[in-house]
Ligand binder design. Structure first.
Ligand code: GSH
Length: 206
């Protein structure tokens, strides 16, 4: 049985659970991290020396790093749906997965942590505003990419939509002003038609 360690309000856990939902995999999710703790035990450290969530274990295979978990599940269970066998097609998904983690997350993290997880009297408004400005610019790039595509790789939903899709929900839920990005909005509408997205990603920001 596939096991996933992680708390539901973590975007990185949400990516994995969304993939699990899309693939309809039998699984057990174990609350870990945040208020649940459990990351400092020897048993968890043996699974993931970084002591972060998510971690998955599938038939003896242990994977950590959320995007690596999504890729593993897609490769193992999602050939032809989440996973493209053609390297060029798969690269079209990979680049947006890496873009979410390496390019978007630094600024999005400042805004999310600043506005959602930091008490009002301890916030750095200038840093939040500057990061929000950069974040809008990054979503504008994704918006332009989506101008002639239903999903990030083309006509079909793939693993490439998962990290940026999870980030897109947060973007729309953050208490900030956003530019009107029509292509992004249309894609976000399409994502909302997917039950696993609604179940695992579209939950209150905490
Ligand atoms: N790059 C890692 C980041 C993992 C990470 O930082 N996870 C956070 C939650 S989003 C965590 O474990 N925080 C400590 C905790 O939950 O106690 C990934 O994508 O999986």
């Amino acid at each position: 049985m596939l096991r996933i360690w992680g708390r539901t309000n973590s975007i990185n856990v949400q990516k994995v659970m969304w993939a699990v939902g899309e693939l309809d995999l039998p699984h057990e999710r174990i609350d870990a991290g945040g208020a649940f703790g459990g990351l400092d035990t020897d048993a968890y450290g043996a699974l993931n020396a970084n002591r972060r969530v998510p971690t998955i274990e599938d038939d003896g295979v242990v994977v950590w790093e959320s995007n690596a978990c999504v890729r593993y599940l897609a490769a193992r269970y999602g050939a032809g749906s989440l996973w493209a066998e053609d390297p060029a097609e798969r690269a079209r998904a990979d680049r947006w997965m890496d873009w979410q983690a390496a390019t978007l997350l630094p600024d999005m993290g400042v805004v999310f942590w600043g506005l959602i997880r930091t008490p009002a009297d301890q916030r750095d408004p200038a840093a939040i505003e500057a990061a929000a400005g950069r974040m809008h610019g990054l979503f504008r790039i994704l918006d332009q990419h989506l101008a002639d595509r239903d999903f990030v790789t083309g006509r079909q939903f793939t693993m490439g939509d998962i990290p940026v899709g999870a980030a897109c929900y947060r973007y729309h839920e953050l208490p900030i002003e956003r530019p009107r990005l029509a292509n992004l909005a249309a894609w976000y509408e399409r994502l909302q038609q997917r039950a696993p997205y609604r179940e695992h990603v579209m939950i209150p920001l905490t």
